[in-house]
Design a protein. Structure first.
Length: 246
């Protein structure tokens, strides 16, 4: 098989010396890969089977798995592991992809988004919450569930005084449409503006902005519920550790 670009999302030890990997690839989508002997000290597959590794791979297609024949590292994203904040956010990003993306559905735009997110994170020294929220907003939009955050999702009203965010409705509700979702969460105009700003800001500009921490924490909790609702999951394990850190 020709060279396939991919990023290791998750690894699981298999028997004594092998690994089962979830790799998100540009050409094949998310695939399950058997890396035989990857735990052996002299294995040529050690570097290309680490979590976060972005590599050119060669696979052989089997009945249950793709079998890894060779891997050449393009970027290791080793800098992510140098700070605990980067590491925790990085594992959350990989878990979101691993648990939200169907198998073997290639999406080059989404793949390049993952590369850019990890590249940005590997050089980030502050504004971690801003980056996290920007990632969540962009990711959920890329997979087809972009929240309506600029007008009431029900009536289209843009001049809203009593703002609510409805997970089930898919975005902002005004006071007149509150009956659509009595469990919607009250937000303020500042929080709405933060959502809009972080939805559209390029990752490269994250370091240049900063918002109130309390508002960011409230927004992140809402977005967590939003993503879990639309990807039909109960929780992201890595997010529990991340929230305790923040």
């Amino acid at each position: 098989m020709s060279q396939i670009e991919g990023i290791v999302l998750n690894e699981l030890q298999y028997k004594e010396s092998s690994k089962i990997l979830n790799i998100y690839t540009k050409e094949l989508g998310k695939i399950n890969v058997m890396a035989r002997g990857a735990y052996r000290s002299k294995s040529k597959l050690i570097a290309s089977t680490q979590v976060f590794s972005y590599c050119n791979y060669e696979f052989r297609n089997g009945r249950t798995f793709y079998y890894l024949l060779d891997g050449r590292v393009i970027k290791s994203f080793y800098n992510i592991r140098e700070k605990i904040e980067r590491t925790m956010i990085g594992f959350y990003i990989l878990e979101v992809f691993n648990k939200s993306i169907p198998e073997e559905e290639p999406n080059e735009t989404l793949f390049l988004f993952l590369v850019k997110a990890l590249d940005t994170l590997s050089n980030l020294d502050e504004n971690y919450l801003e980056f996290l929220i920007a990632f969540e907003l962009k990711f959920i939009s890329f997979i087809g569930y972009r929240p309506n955050i600029e007008e009431c999702v029900s009536c289209g009203n843009k001049n809203i005084k009593d703002l609510r965010f409805s997970v089930e409705s898919g975005g902002i509700l005004c006071g007149d449409c509150l009956g659509k979702d009595p469990y919607s969460v009250k937000i303020n105009k500042i929080m709405q503006n933060i959502l809009i700003k972080l939805m559209y800001i390029p990752f490269d500009n994250i370091k240049d902005i900063s918002f109130n921490r309390e508002d960011l924490m409230k927004i992140q909790v809402i977005l967590e519920r939003y993503i879990l609702y639309f990807v039909e999951r109960n929780e992201f394990n890595s997010l529990n550790m991340l929230k305790s850190m923040f």
